[in-house]
Write a protein of this length. Structure first.
Lengths: 481, 425
C-alpha cells in the first residue's frame, strides 16, 4: 500500500503540463480485426509495450469467446471482420452557420432548451470567441489541477500517468469479463480518465467540462474513474442532444474504483440514434459498466436515462466489497418504435453491512421491447446486507413488451432483500382528467411519464434533470393516438 | 429445451430405456428428442441452480425401471391420514395397484393406461418442452387415466398414494392423465412415501385438462427420504371460465424439481399456485412455475413461501407470460423466504414477460429473517424464545397451508410442519 501511495502522491503533486486534447492525424485503420490491427492502433497511439501486450492478451481471449445470446434482444449477427476498429476524430465538412443544419434537428434542440452556442458546438460549427471552448476548458483545468484532480483523455493518461493506468486498468472489469468488454479491451480507441486524490471533493460536475468540450471518443470508449479515500466526484456521461453517430456498434467499458469513505456518482444520458420508425438502422449499444466499492463506507451511485440506440445491452453494476459500502442504481429506460433495451444492474454484496438500492423504471411504446435484468447477490460473509429493488414498467400501446428478469441469490441468513415489480399502463381516467383541465393528450402523457420517472430524474444533476424531462416527452411523441 | 451437447447422464439413460409395445409414436418421438438434446446440462438456464444430470449420474447406477416393491395393505392403510374420507388410488413404484386401492364408485372413470390409449396423452405435457417429460414419455410402463364426465360433482377427494422403493436405485416413472369435462368439480390429494431410506429417481408426469367452467383442486405433499431424487412435471390446460388451484408442500428429499405449468387458454379462467418449502439437511428444492396468459380477462395468483435451515437450498423461478391478446389480465406473484442458517441458500427469479398493455401484473419477493420486534413482543408476554420463533414461523407458512381443501390432509401436513418448526432450532 505504501508503494501505491507513493505513486499516487507523485502524480497528485505534479503540475499539469499538457493541454487537454491530443490531435491525431486523421487516419483510419483498415477494415477487419487481427493482431496487426491491434498493433497498428497501439502504435498509432504511441502506447507502451505493456499496454499492447494487454490488448493482445484480450484479443486472444476474445477469439475463444462466444457472443452472448441470453439477452432478450434480437438483431442481425454482427460481422466483426467488417468493421473499422480505429478512426481518429474525423474533420467533417463543417457547416458555416446554423442555417445549413437540418431544421428538424434545430427544432429538437430548441425544445430541449439547448443554448445557441451549444447548438453550434454540437453541429461542429466553430463557436465564437465569447464562449471559446478552449478558454473555458483552460479555466476548468486550472481549478481542477490546483486540487490535484486528473481529468484527461485516456490516451493522454496512458502517456502521463502510466503507473496509475497500469494499476487500475482491468481491475474492475477484467479482460476476460465478457465478449464485448474483452473486445473493447483489445481495440479501445480512447475515453476518459479521472483521478480524485485523497480528501478532495471535486468542486464541479465533471460533466460541465465535458459538455463544452465533448470529445468524439469513438465507438470503443474506455473510462476509468478512481476516487481515493474521502473523495467525492460526480461524473456525467453523454448528452441529451440527439447524436447522429455513424458507428453502428458501440462497446464501451466504464470502470470505477472507490476507496474508503469516497463517493462516486455516475450519471448517463444516452440519446443515440434509435433507427427510423420502421426500425431500420440505429446504434447497437453494448456497454459494460462496473464499479467497485473497495474501501469501507464507500458509495457508488449509477443514474441512467436511456432513450436512444436501437439495441441496448447494459448493466451498470456495483461490487460492494468494503464494509458499510453502498451501491445505488436508478434507471429510466424508454423504448419507442422498434427499439430494444435489455438493461439492469448487478449488486454483489461481499462486505458486511452493505446496502444497495435499485429503482428501475421502464417505459415501452410502439413496437419496442424493454427488459429489466438484474441480479442481487449476497455472499456468505456479507452479514446484514440490505437490498431494496423496485422495477416498474409502463406500457403504451398493445404492440410493445415489458419484461423482468430479476435474479436474487442469497447465501447469508441475516440478509434482508426485497424486490417488487409492477406493470401497468397510463389510465384513461388520468388522461381524461388532464384533458378536462385543458391539457392536451400528448402533454398529459408527458406529465404522467415524468411523474412516473421522477424518483430517478431527481437523482440527476440539476441542469440535466430539466433536459432529461423534456427528452422523455420528446421520445414518446406520437406514441399515443 | 437444451441445445448443448449430450452429457454422460443422457448416454446412461438412453442405453437403458426399456423397449415397450404401447404408445409407439410417443415413445419414438421422445427417444428422438432425448437423443438430440439430452438431459439438461449444468449451464442450461432453466436448470442453472439444480444440477440434476450430475446428481443422477452420481447417484443412479441402474436406469432400468424399478420393479414392484413389497407392499401390503397394512402399510398402505398406515399411511392414510386420520379422518380421511374419500377414494385412494395406490401406486407401487409408479404402477397402479387396483387391489390395494379403495374406490367408492364416485362419479368418475378410472382407466389404467395399460388397457386404454387415451388420445390426449402427451398432448398437454409436450415432450419438446422439457427433457424430463420426454424421458418419462419414453419409459413409463404404467399409469392411470382419470376422466370426470360433464356436469359431475366428485364429492369426496381422490387421494393418490405413491409408494416408492427402488432396490438398486432405479427409475420410477409414474404417469397420470386427468380430464375434467365441462361444469364438473373434483379435488385431488397426492402423497409420496418412501418405503426405505435408499436412493431412487422418480420422474413423474401429470397432465390435466380442465374444461369449460370446471373446477379442479390439486394438493400435493412431498416428504420422501433424504436420498430421493424427484422430478415432477405438472402441466395443466385451463379452458374458459374454469379454475385450477395447486398447492405443493415440499418437506424432504435430496433433490426435488417441480415444474408446474398453467396454460390459461381462454378468457374468464383462473389459475392459483401455492407452494411451501420447509427444508433442512442438504435438501434442494427447485420450484419452476410457468403461467401462460393467452386470452383476455384471465387471472393468476401465485404465492410461494420457504423456510430454509441447515445447508438446504431453495430455488424459485416463476414466469408469467402475458401474450398480446391477453388484455385485462391480472397476474400476481409473490415469493417470500426466511433463512434460518448461515449455510442455507436461496436463488429466486420472479420473471414477468408482458406483451399486452392493459394488464395488472405485479411480483414481489423478499428474503430475510424473523422480525426482531415481533419476537420481542411475544417474549415480553412470557412466551419462550423457541416457542415464539415457532409461532411466528407457523404464522408465516399459514398463508399457504390454508389453501389446502381437505381438512384431514391439512391437519396431517400441519402436524408435520409443527414438528419441523418446533425441532429445527
Amino acid at each position: 500500500m505504501s508503494k501505491d501511495n507513493q505513486i499516487l502522491e507523485e502524480f497528485t503533486s505534479k503540475e499539469y503540463e499538457h493541454g487537454w486534447s491530443v490531435n491525431f492525424e486523421t487516419d483510419e485503420a483498415p477494415i477487419g480485426l487481427n493482431e496487426d490491427i491491434i498493433r497498428w492502433i497501439s502504435a498509432k497511439k504511441e502506447e507502451p509495450e505493456w499496454l499492447l501486450e494487454w490488448r493482445l492478451k484480450a484479443f486472444q481471449t476474445w477469439l475463444e469467446m462466444k457472443e452472448p445470446k441470453w439477452a432478450n434482444v434480437r438483431y442481425p449477427k454482427i460481422d466483426f471482420q467488417a468493421l473499422k476498429y480505429y478512426s481518429a476524430p474525423k474533420q467533417k465538412k463543417k457547416p458555416k452557420s446554423l442555417d445549413e443544419i437540418d431544421p428538424e434537428l434545430l427544432q429538437i434542440y430548441e425544445r430541449l432548451g439547448i443554448s445557441l452556442n451549444e447548438q453550434k458546438r454540437l453541429q461542429g460549427i466553430a463557436v465564437d470567441a465569447v464562449l471559446d471552448s478552449v478558454s473555458v476548458g483552460t479555466t476548468f483545468k486550472e481549478t481542477l489541477s490546483k486540487l490535484g484532480i486528473i481529468f484527461s483523455s485516456f490516451s493522454e493518461a496512458v502517456k502521463e500517468h502510466p503507473d496509475l493506468i497500469k494499476k487500475y486498468l482491468g481491475s474492475v472489469v477484467p479482460i476476460n469479463d465478457n465478449y464485448y468488454a474483452t473486445l473493447n479491451s483489445a481495440v479501445f480507441s480512447d475515453g476518459s480518465f479521472c483521478y480524485i486524490p485523497k480528501g478532495v471533493r471535486c468542486p464541479m460536475e465533471l460533466s460541465t467540462y465535458f459538455r463544452i468540450n465533448a470529445a468524439n471518443t469513438g465507438q470503443f470508449e474506455r473510462t476509468l474513474i478512481i476516487a481515493e479515500e474521502d473523495s467525492y466526484v460526480s461524473y456525467l456521461e453523454g448528452c441529451t442532444a440527439p447524436q447522429r453517430d455513424e458507428n453502428q456498434l458501440h462497446a464501451a467499458v466504464v470502470e470505477i474504483y472507490a476507496g474508503k469513505n469516497s463517493e462516486v456518482k455516475y450519471s448517463t444520458v444516452q440519446n443515440w440514434y434509435p433507427g427510423d420508425k420502421q426500425g431500420k438502422g440505429g446504434i447497437y449499444n453494448f456497454v459494460t459498466k462496473r464499479g467497485i466499492c473497495a474501501g469501507d463506507h464507500s458509495k457508488i451511485s449509477w443514474t441512467q436515462v436511456e432513450t436512444g440506440s436501437a439495441v441496448t445491452w447494459k448493466y451498470p453494476s456495483c461490487i460492494l466489497k468494503g464494509d458499510y459500502s453502498v451501491g445505488e442504481f436508478y434507471s429510466v429506460a424508454v423504448t419507442n418504435n422498434y427499439q430494444q433495451a435489455d438493461t439492469g444492474t448487478k449488486m454483489i454484496h461481499i462486505g458486511k453491512n452493505t446496502k444497495s438500492r435499485i429503482v428501475s423504471k421502464g417505459i415501452s411504446a410502439g413496437h419496442s421491447q424493454n427488459s429489466y435484468r438484474g441480479q442481487v447477490q449476497v455472499m456468505k460473509r456479507a452479514v446484514n446486507a440490505r437490498n431494496f429493488s423496485q422495477c416498474d414498467s409502463l406500457l403504451m400501446g398493445d404492440k410493445c413488451g415489458a419484461h423482468t428478469f430479476p435474479y436474487i441469490d442469497i447465501q447469508n441468513s441475516s440478509a434482508k432483500v426485497e424486490h417488487e415489480a409492477t406493470t401497468s399502463k397510463i389510465g384513461e381516467d388520468q388522461i381524461f382528467y388532464c384533458n378536462q383541465r385543458g391539457i392536451g393528450t400528448e402533454d398529459a402523457v408527458a406529465l404522467i411519464v415524468n411523474g412516473y420517472a421522477k424518483e430517478v430524474l431527481n437523482q440527476l444533476p440539476m441542469e440535466f434533470a430539466v433536459e432529461a424531462q423534456k427528452l422523455l416527452a420528446l421520445t414518446l411523441e406520437g406514441s399515443v393516438g | 429445451m437444451t441445445t448443448l451437447t449430450k452429457n454422460k447422464a443422457t448416454d446412461l439413460v438412453l442405453a437403458q430405456i426399456p423397449v415397450l409395445n404401447s404408445f409407439q409414436s410417443l415413445r419414438e418421438d421422445s427417444h428422438a428428442i432425448l437423443r438430440e438434446y439430452g438431459l439438461p446440462h449444468a449451464k442450461e438456464e432453466e436448470y442453472k441452480f439444480t444440477g440434476l444430470s450430475k446428481k443422477i449420474e452420481q447417484s443412479i447406477a441402474d436406469f432400468s425401471p424399478a420393479s414392484a416393491a413389497d407392499l401390503s395393505l397394512e402399510t398402505v392403510q398406515s399411511h392414510i391420514f386420520e379422518g380421511f374420507d374419500g377414494d385412494t388410488i395406490v401406486f407401487n413404484n409408479g404402477r397402479f395397484e387396483p387391489e390395494l386401492s379403495n374406490l367408492q364408485g364416485q362419479a368418475y372413470e378410472l382407466i389404467p393406461l395399460n388397457v386404454s390409449d387415451p388420445s390426449n396423452l402427451g398432448k398437454i405435457a409436450k415432450i419438446e418442452k422439457d427433457p424430463f417429460v420426454a424421458l418419462n414419455s419414453a419409459s413409463f410402463e404404467d399409469g392411470i387415466y382419470i376422466k370426470v364426465g360433464r356436469n359431475k360433482q366428485v364429492e369426496k377427494p381422490i387421494l393418490l398414494l405413491f409408494f416408492n422403493q427402488a432396490l438398486k436405485g432405479q427409475v420410477i416413472s409414474p404417469r397420470i392423465l386427468i380430464e375434467v369435462e365441462d361444469n364438473s368439480e373434483v379435488s385431488f390429494l397426492e402423497n409420496s412415501i418412501s418405503l426405505d431410506e435408499e436412493v431412487y429417481f422418480c420422474n413423474t408426469v401429470t397432465e390435466i385438462k380442465v374444461s369449460q367452467n370446471a373446477h379442479v383442486h390439486y394438493n400435493r405433499l412431498q416428504n420422501e427420504n433424504k436420498k430421493a431424487i424427484i422430478v415432477n412435471n405438472f402441466e395443466t390446460d385451463i379452458h374458459r371460465d374454469a379454475t385450477f388451484t395447486s398447492v405443493v408442500v415440499s418437506l424432504s428429499g435430496d433433490m426435488l424439481r417441480n415444474n408446474l405449468s398453467l396454460n390459461l387458454l381462454d378468457s374468464g379462467c383462473e389459475g392459483n399456485m401455492y407452494g411451501l418449502y420447509l427444508l433442512d439437511g442438504k435438501t434442494h428444492v427447485d420450484n419452476h412455475t410457468n403461467v401462460d396468459h393467452t386470452k383476455p380477462h384471465a387471472e393468476s395468483n401465485e404465492l410461494y413461501k420457504g423456510i430454509l435451515a441447515d445447508k438446504s437450498r431453495g430455488v424459485f423461478n416463476g414466469k408469467i407470460f402475458v401474450r398480446q391478446d391477453a388484455q385485462k389480465t391480472n397476474a400476481f406473484q409473490q415469493n417470500n423466504n426466511i433463512l434460518l442458517s448461515e449455510d442455507a441458500t436461496v436463488n429466486t427469479k420472479p420473471q414477468l414477460e408482458i406483451w399486452a398493455d392493459d394488464v395488472k401484473c405485479s411480483h414481489g419477493c423478499t428474503t430475510g429473517q424473523l422480525d426482531e420486534e415481533a419476537l420481542f413482543y411475544l417474549q415480553a408476554r412470557g412466551i419462550g424464545k423457541v416457542q415464539a420463533k415457532g409461532l411466528l414461523l407457523y404464522a408465516f407458512v399459514g398463508e399457504v397451508l390454508e389453501n389446502i381443501t381437505d381438512n384431514s390432509f391439512k391437519q396431517h401436513i400441519e402436524n408435520l410442519v409443527q414438528v419441523r418448526l418446533g425441532s429445527s432450532f
